[in-house]
Design a protein around this ligand. Structure first.
Ligand code: SF4
Length: 343
């Protein structure tokens, strides 16, 4: 028997191909997209305006492919962490409720191959890339699907390392035939791989969060080994080629490690490095991971460093980790499933 191909995760062009193969007019692709991405159906029977013979053809050759999450944990602050199992391995997704918005944090890979020294996902190794459909299933397949207002690609994996699938998932989320979310409500977070960053910025118009963590190359490489072949200099050069504004924001994410990267010297160097970019800085207190030696900073350290950066002329915010009581550091839940402890 032929393996059924999943329709969920196909863009309009691919759905048109499906229609042509099934001897339908191209416009039927928009109807399919409507049922998949706006109505979130889980069977072909629900597609009311699709002809019976074409439904039968779809049934024979395609599936919708909806993965239900395996389980979730819920924090006292309402944050939920969902565990999925896709072809590449286990993956986690966080849902963060807020007063005015509900944000979902999706993964783009199962594990990650960049091995950043502070990261639970990096410590768990790499299992594989997710398809665009699997990225989208982390949005459509959770209980809060209807309430989601913002999407961040900040879960497991490096999005630019799986660029084509990430771009395709963004296309489906933002196009009118898809979910039709404003690109300004989507943010992709990356450590910065210059060649792919350039392509990403040219082919999408969502916001970008760049992981800085240190303005000094010799210190950043200890935290992000990929800095060796993807230098800050090259990253900044690429960023300067593109326009950022209040719709497409550029934010530098800066995890503060106690006693490591929050001195006056750091604030000055950040000021110098980012001075000609229209960017803001998001400070994140490090969230301790068992077996890793980095420490979380106290809030007075965060406030002091924030003030120093503001004196350098930046808009600077502090983002506190949510869901502290549920293996909050990204990758802890799935890494445990991908690498169960030996008996
Ligand atoms: S911080 Fe991001 S790029 Fe680095 S290991 Fe973790 S998931 Fe990968």
């Amino acid at each position: 028997m032929n393996k059924l191909l999943p329709l969920f995760g196909m863009n309009l062009f691919e759905l048109e191909e499906v229609c042509l193969k099934g001897e339908q007019k191209k416009f039927v692709a928009k109807q399919l997209a409507h049922w998949l991405y706006q109505k979130n159906v889980s069977s072909f029977e629900e597609m009311k305006n699709v002809s019976a013979p074409f439904k039968a053809y779809l049934q024979e050759n395609y599936c919708i492919h909806r993965s239900k999450y395996l389980r979730y944990s819920e924090s006292v602050d309402g944050t939920r962490k969902y565990l999925f199992h896709f072809e590449a391995g286990y993956t986690e997704t966080a849902m963060i409720p807020g007063e005015k918005r509900t944000t979902v944090c999706v993964s783009s890979q199962s594990g990650c191959r960049f091995g950043c020294s502070f990261c639970a996902t990096g410590a768990g190794g790499f299992s594989g890339h997710l398809t665009a459909g699997e990225i989208l299933e982390q949005i459509y397949g959770i209980d809060e699907n209807q309430e989601i207002s913002n999407i961040v690609y900040m879960g497991m994996g490096e999005p630019l390392d799986n660029l084509q699938e990430v771009l395709k998932s963004i296309e489906i989320l933002t196009e009118n035939w898809g979910r039709a979310i404003s690109p300004s409500r989507i943010t992709v977070s990356t450590i910065g791989l210059p060649a792919k960053l350039d392509e990403f910025l040219a082919k999408s118009n969502v916001s970008l969060a760049l992981s800085l963590h240190s303005p000094f190359p010799e210190e950043r490489v200890e935290l992000i080994p990929a800095q060796k072949s993807n230098s800050l200099e090259d990253i900044i050069r690429v960023l300067k080629k593109h326009k950022f504004n209040q719709h497409r924001r550029l934010t530098f994410e800066y995890i503060v490690f106690k006693g490591k990267n929050h001195s006056y010297k750091h604030a000055r160097a950040i000021g110098e490095l980012l001075k000609s970019l229209n960017a803001r800085i998001n400070l994140i207190p490090y969230n301790e991971v068992p077996a890793l030696t980095f420490q979380s900073p106290e809030s007075y350290i965060m406030n002091q460093f924030k003030k120093e950066l503001e004196l350098q002329g930046f808009i600077c915010t502090v983002r506190n980790s949510r869901g502290q009581d549920i293996e909050a550091a990204c990758g802890m839940l799935a890494a445990k499933e991908n690498n169960p402890p030996s008996e």
